[in-house]
Design a protein around this ligand. Structure first.
Ligand SMILES: [Zn+2]
Length: 246
């Protein structure tokens, strides 16, 4: 009798643990579905940031641009996000893009408050200051991806192609000159009037900027080599709204 009782108790114990496990499983599945449905509207936290891989961060940007192109942007309560991030930020990516009024990274990737670091400078190149900012974003603040984003019809690229001289802009454009020099051909018109040449320089500028980040920042190079961050380039089409990842 004692044996039977014990067996029965064990059975009941096992059965109830299974039920608990099943219930926990379905509740996990449900939260996974909910999380997936509202993924981009979630304000980034330490937990969401640390759970994000470089690949996932890239995927989040791709999905955000797809929503932007389709006109299906996530509805956000930006003020609620401001309050939620007021005491700490945990962005998943850092984007270097042009200051161009049409190339706002937050808008074209459909991101909210606290989602991405955004470094903007005419011609989306990196100098020591931008590199330092990116090191802060990744090594100190935990971002998982650096994306260098160029764009079509870029005035800074056109200015560099035409050797524009204008106050401090001359120095700014000198950072883009290596890309101009690295694009062969297109004779006799290597000026801003040649759209294909301008785009070839814009493409090369993104590639060289990614390389420059690797070369000039041992910190970021080390993180990229260890797979702690992703590092890539992309081109934004100001006509279609579409981002093409390189
Ligand atoms: Zn531009």
């Amino acid at each position: 009798m004692k044996t039977i009782d014990t067996n029965r108790r064990n059975f009941m114990k096992k059965a109830s643990s299974s039920l608990i496990a099943a219930a926990a499983g379905s509740s996990l599945a449900l939260s996974a579905i909910k999380a997936h449905a509202a993924q981009s509207a979630v304000t980034q936290t330490k937990q969401t940031q640390s759970a994000t891989t470089p690949q996932k961060a890239l995927q989040m940007l791709k999905e955000g641009n797809a929503r932007f192109v389709q006109g299906k942007m996530t509805q956000r309560d930006l003020m609620q996000q401001a309050k939620a991030t007021g005491s700490g930020q945990f962005p998943f990516a850092a984007i270097v893009s042009c200051m161009d009024s049409r190339a706002s990274a937050e808008l074209i990737f459909d991101q909210g408050i606290g989602d991405i670091f955004s470094a903007r400078i005419a011609g989306n190149f990196v100098d020591d200051e931008i590199l330092g900012s990116l090191e802060f974003a990744c090594a100190a603040a935990g971002a998982k991806l650096i994306l260098v984003l160029g764009h079509t019809e870029c005035g800074a690229i056109k200015g560099a192609c035409d050797d524009v001289v204008l106050g401090s802009l001359t120095q700014t454009l000198s950072n883009i000159k290596p890309a101009v020099a690295a694009v062969p051909g297109f004779e006799p018109d290597r000026s801003s009037k040649n759209d294909q040449f301008v785009q070839a320089v814009a493409d090369k500028n993104v590639v060289l900027t990614v390389e420059r980040i690797r070369e000039r920042s041992p910190i970021l190079r080390g993180m990229a080599n260890k797979g702690q961050i992703g590092l890539g380039g992309a081109m934004y089409d100001v006509h279609s709204g579409k981002v093409t990842f390189i």
